[in-house]
Design a protein around this ligand. Sequence first.
Ligand code: GTB
Length: 216
Amino acid sequence: MSPTITAFESSPDRGRGLARDMPVRWAFEEVGQPYDVRLVSFAEMKQAAHRALQPFGQIPTYEEGGLALFESGAIVLHIAETHAGLLPGDANARARAIAWMFAAKSTVEPPIVEREAAILFERDKSWYDERLPILDDRVRARLTDLSRRLGDANWLDGDFSAGDLLMINALRRPATSEILKEFPNLAGYVARGETRPAFKRAYADQLAVFTAASNG
Ligand code: GTB
């Protein structure tokens, strides 16, 4: 039986692939694993049945057989560990790819998300104009180091891995788009990820959900 994930019934990102079912869909597509999607409304996400799968009342979740998982990073790691294609076979290279997954989630993504939250929720606050440049610089500092490490390589460490998948996913957030332009190699890195056939299939599938909801 195929695994089942949850995604927004009607995504607030209007089908731009910014919600966190996107990296999970992308991972499934990279490894060639078919999957089912159960769409949930905001109200359903907050109910006990969904919270039993996702304690914070969010998407995505993952269910297969006796296993239920939450956290997009943990789900991508599980997919990568149980299928060929997203983690190297060599033990040391595999450990390094997993380190890049953690770097994406715990070093690069947090300042991006913090900047995004300020833009969305603090625009009318008295401190906003002073705070935004501080948040810009925190993002810029991470991207400076990442850009230096990537250099002119295609991917972070050898072949494309789950580390690249999560890193590109973090860099795709709109809060990065202006600052990303200052780092042409990172902009190219994101574009390379987005041209992968697996990315395109995942993107099209989540866009189809939004389009169907809009037309329905
Ligand atoms: N750490 C968790 C993970 O990685 O799985 C975070 C999951 C998460 O943030 N889920 C969000 C959610 O369910 C959707 S992705 N939110 C509902 C809630 O908390 O009540 C975050 C997201 C939402 C919307 C946009 N957007 O509109 O652009 C982008 C990203």
